[in-house]
Design a binder for this molecule. Structure first.
Ligand code: NAD
Length: 488
């Protein structure tokens, strides 16, 4: 299976249960990042396309909200089984459009399926609360209700997992949904919609509108959209949060990251190196939970040497090849931007101890970049502050844990952080003082599972209720309180 049957020329939108062409004739190319061969084209849909999808979702909501919760959950059970049956095909589609290694893509599909699993518990999740006797002969009850039409806007780096953070739970709670996938990885979204429809979702419950800024703005401004779930880069997350909130919508906007890993002097060297290599260079560093800054505590030259040696051994190439760990970045323009960051790192005085630019010439057909490591980076340098989103690692030196924690505190981002140590006191201090929302203790990618919130802090998140877990449930429902007097 390469592309779905709908995808041979220009992708179509999915509105009210049918595949329709966009009103716009403008398209963008969707190339395979490993080869730059054209996979398909994505339409740059218009506000009229958005309006049609929102109208369908609004109409569908009137019926969908009344479907008993166990019946809604049964559709998710069926969806779960269809996604599982097509696990490999979905993973291959991810490799084609995103470029990541098949093993990573396979894991991503699994993570997406787990979100459906969580949402399938809707009958239990949706339960309210009661208290008999809040006053004499008076009781109180809380019921949960859906919000209405929810808009979801997603990034290129997890074409399966991120949409599935959103629409299964939103829909299980009784909402209807309009998804705007990344225009750089739009193919999988159509397959997800196709399978959801096959699972029995009625027309209009899930709609997909492809495109770019106009579609996003159309969703943010639409008066019939009650809430926006967004995942993407920091400037866009802030923009989405402010614009949608100004229109009175509920918003959760997950944003960029700069995740620090602290290596304590007592850390198991081999394990720390292994975790950091896979966290930094897996998916070409294009993960919001990727390690992008390592704080080396103490004079740990053996660690730095071992890390650089392991980076030398990484196999670069097409994600469909089994051995490959380092895959391409998403577009040539992104690679050019990363090359600019490497220049800047050199100009600002960091030591380039491994230069990944040298490997580019070996892979001219795709957007490849070899593992790049800077040493003696200081927190003020641009490469320490910005999210580069590529296989580029900064090593910062610290005399003790306090200084390492200070670096984390100084970062504008607070998605994740990890410590490598077996020292209980250091672990506790890290847990209490690290200024980030998802922490790892000897764990390279401390991403949370579907039943916990994905819990970024600071500029890594705008809003108050995160995706997944009880936060996700609270985000996609509103509560109604009933107070009843029973005196004769
Ligand atoms: P992006 O911000 O470029 O795009 C995200 C979405 O916003 C896309 O659908 C895109 O079409 C839309 N968009 C982009 N620019 C826009 C604009 N000016 N106006 C309106 N809409 C716009 O992000 P990306 O490059 O696709 O994804 C990578 C980013 O996402 C990284 O910063 C990464 O850290 C972040 N991310 C965060 C999390 C998290 O959980 N915090 C998870 C995954 C990805």
């Amino acid at each position: 299976m390469s592309l779905t049957k709908k995808d041979t020329t220009v992708l179509q939108n999915f509105i009210n249960g049918v595949w329709v062409s966009s009103n716009s004739s403008q398209t963008l190319n969707v190339p395979n990042p490993a080869t730059n061969q054209l996979l398909t084209k994505v339409p740059v849909s218009t506000k009229d396309d958005v309006n049609a999808a929102v109208a369908a979702a609004k109409e569908a909501f009137n019926k969908w909200k009344k479907v008993p919760v166990p019946k809604r959950a049964r559709i998710l059970f069926k969806y779960h089984s269809l996604l599982s049956d097509n696990h490999e095909e979905l993973a291959r589609l991810i490799v084609q459009e995103n470029g990541k290694a098949f093993k990573e893509a396979y894991g991503e599909v699994q993570r997406g399926i787990e979100c459906v699993e969580f949402a399938s518990g809707a009958p239990t999740l949706m339960m309210g609360e009661t208290l008999s006797g809040i006053a004499e002969e008076i009781d109180s009850e809380m019921f949960r209700y859906p919000l209405g039409v929810v808009g979801g806007i997603t990034p290129f780096n997890f074409p399966m997992m991120v949409p599935l953070w959103m629409f299964p739970l939103a829909i299980a709670c009784g909402n209807t949904f309009v998804l705007k996938p990344s225009e750089r990885t739009p193919i999988l979204a159509n397959r997800l919609a196709e399978l959801f429809s096959e699972a029995g979702a009625p027309p209009g419950v899930l709609n997909v509108v492809h495109g770019a800024h106009d579609v996003v703005n159309g969703l943010l401004d639409h008066e019939d959209i009650a809430a926006i779930s967004f995942v993407g880069s920091q400037p866009v997350a802030k923009y989405v949060y402010e614009r949608a909130a100004a229109k009175g919508k509920r918003v959760q906007a997950l944003s960029g990251a700069k995740n620090h890993h602290i290596v304590m002097p007592d850390a198991d060297l081999d394990k720390a190196v292994q975790h950091i290599i896979s966290s930094t260079f897996g998916s070409a560093g294009q993960r919001c939970m990727a390690c992008s800054a390592v704080v080396v505590v103490g004079d740990n030259e053996p660690f730095v040497k071992a890390l650089a040696k392991k980076a030398d051994e990484l196999i670069i190439g097409n994600g469909m090849d089994d051995e490959v760990l380092l895959t391409p970045v998403i577009r040539k323009e992104h690679r050019d931007k990363v090359l600019g960051y490497i220049e800047k790192g050199i100009a600002e005085g960091a030591d380039l101890i491994r230069d990944g630019r040298k490997e580019i010439g070996d892979y001219p057909e795709g957007n490849f970049l070899g593992p790049t490591i800077f040493d003696h980076v200081t927190p003020e340098m641009t490469i320490a502050k910005d999210e580069i989103f590529a296989p580029v690692l900064s090593l910062l030196r610290a005399s003790d844990l306090d200084q390492g924690l200070e670096y984390i505190r100084k970062s504008r981002y607070g998605n994740g952080a990890t410590i490598y140590t077996n020292n209980a006191k250091a672990i506790r201090q890290f847990r209490e003082e690290a200024d980030a929302g998802m922490l790892g203790i000897n764990v390279g990618v401390p991403a949370t599972m579907a039943f916990f919130p994905f819990s970024g802090w600071k500029d890594s998140f705008y809003g108050d209720l995160h995706v997944n877990g009880k936060d996700g449930l609270n985000f996609y429902t509103r509560k109604k309180m009933i107070t009843s007097r029973f005196e004769a």
